[in-house]
Design a binder for this molecule. Structure first.
Ligand code: SF4
Length: 68
């Protein structure tokens, strides 16, 4: 199951929220920017509904299309 917003809140409460490096986050975001399922106005992934500037920074986050 994909890491979702509920999991994020659970990790925040447990103090377990982990992030990737800035370089890794930028690399993920560059892939998302070229992806056909990204909503460019809202900057969300239309498959998982996640806000991409946040999603791409989270260590446990995964791309639903296995692009990163
Ligand atoms: S998370 Fe994956 S499927 Fe969603 S916009 Fe980014 S590259 Fe596309």
């Amino acid at each position: 199951m994909n890491y979702n917003i509920i999991d994020v809140f659970k990790d925040i409460l447990k103090g377990n929220l982990e992030f990737v490096s800035k370089q890794e986050a930028n690399s993920r975001f560059e892939i998302c920017k070229k992806c056909e399922v990204r909503n460019p106005k809202l900057n969300i992934c239309t498959i998982c509904g996640c806000f991409l500037p946040a999603k791409t920074k989270l260590k446990k986050s995964t791309c639903p299309m296995n692009q990163w």
